[in-house]
Design a protein around this ligand. Structure first.
Ligand code: SAH
Length: 377
């Protein structure tokens, strides 16, 4: 699956390329990249040009600018977040997702509060100072349960940050969890096109609802993260432009994007995974639009390419999220096929990760690593 710049694949019969654009020239790329860097925004056609270009020189012009901007604000530091996947039981049925409620072919698990706290303990010991709780929308995880987890982690480790990635909830629920001590919230909007959103989700969900949740989260003072899957089924380049514009309006503090990867027991099982280069271009474009945001190089990117993680960093990402979940959780938290699972994320693992990053001129920063958007407020 290792791709190189000569065999860039685009899904959906090339609809992810703008058919009107067929001549690329480095001078134009440079102009647009500079414009994006200065204005943090572009006209639709200009975004389409950058998203469609697929020869190596143009992509590296974009990458180098994104790296420079990342370096200006975050130097060569890569923040680490300890990911705790607490449940794969989900009341939602997002059609692309391996843990959706309709999937019968899955072994379900749910961590206890004690399991979650012990995952945090072991992560803290290694040096992590941000913990991300992510899971399905499991009805057993009420506000009371999260309040308990959050307040216990915060009282034991007041110098750490808590990020929630627990889906759409009410304003009151988000408020309680913020008051309990949660700092950040990740909720990908998935797609800013209503029609596309309804293609990917059942009718009880909508883009409007997710947007409402994101603005609630923001209003409550969380650092807010959003994002999309690159190459999701029936995605078009126009939708990606809409996504960029939606993010420009929302002004997220964190942005999570990774390639769509099919799951074997979903109706999208035969759809090709999202293109690596398009994902990398998106990372660079987002870095130029949001210089102060924290942007992870995702597990999904590392799943489609063995060097995906470092490629993401070199294209403007500045966060890696090692997995602190217990082994059975790791095995069964399969949002998509062939998810890269590492063994226990031990001190050794983190040291190796750091050595690997250092080969490329980067190093792990173990601090809380608040997005600079927040620090500068
Ligand atoms: N219930 C939470 C967490 C969902 S899983 C929520 O709704 O926010 C976290 C992210 O994984 C999703 O937002 C989605 O963008 C991504 N994801 C799900 N299925 C995927 C797939 N098949 N390929 C790639 N990413 C996927």
């Amino acid at each position: 699956m290792n791709a190189n710049s000569n065999d860039v694949q685009h899904i959906d019969d090339g609809k992810l390329k703008d058919s009107k654009i067929n001549v690329y020239n480095p001078k134009k790329t440079r102009e647009l990249v500079n414009k994006l860097r200065i204005n943090k925004d572009l006209e639709d056609d200009e975004f389409k040009y950058l998203l469609s270009m697929d020869e190596a020189e143009s992509i590296s012009i974009l990458r180098d600018a994104a790296r420079e901007v990342t370096n200006e604000h975050y130097s060569n530091k890569v923040y680490v977040r300890g990911l705790v996947e607490f449940s794969n039981i989900c009341s939602q049925n997002c059609y692309y997702c391996g843990i959706r409620s309709g999937n019968q072919d899955i072994e379900r698990f749910r961590l206890t509060v004690k399991d979650m706290l012990s995952a945090v303990d072991s992560g803290y010991e290694i040096g992590f100072r941000t913990f991300v709780f992510q899971g399905g929308e499991d009805p057993k995880f009420t506000d009371d349960v999260f309040e308990e987890v959050i307040s216990k982690v915060k009282s034991k480790y007041p110098d750490s940050a808590i990020t929630l990635s627990i889906g759409v909830r009410s304003y009151e629920s988000y408020k309680r969890l913020k008051e309990a001590g949660a700092d950040r919230f990740l909720l990908r909007h998935e797609t800013a096109d209503e029609g596309h959103f309804s293609y990917l989700h059942p009718s009880n969900q909508s883009f409007e609802q997710r947007k409402r949740a994101l603005y609630d989260i923001k209003k409550l003072g969380y650092a807010v993260g959003t994002g999309i899957m690159v190459g999701s089924p029936k995605q078009k380049i126009d939708y990606i432009v809409k996504d960029l514009k939606f993010m420009r309006q929302l002004e997220p503090d964190m942005i999570g994007i990774g390639p769509f990867i099919p799951h074997k027991s979903s109706k999208f099982k035969d759809i090709e995974h999202g293109d690596m280069y398009l994902t990398l271009k998106m990372l660079s474009i987002l870095r130029l639009m949001f210089p102060l945001a924290t942007i992870p190089s995702t597990t999904a990117l590392n799943t489609i390419d063995s060097e995906g993680r470092i490629r993401g960093i070199m294209h403007g990402a500045n966060v890696i999220m090692p997995n602190l979940s217990p082994d059975n959780a790791k095995r069964n938290y399969n949002l998509y096929d062939n998810k890269k699972i590492s063994g226990k994320e031990s001190a050794d693992y983190v040291r190796e990760l750091n050595e690997y990053l250092m080969e490329y001129g980067y190093e792990i920063d173990f601090s809380r690593g608040d997005p600079l958007t927040i620090k500068n407020k």
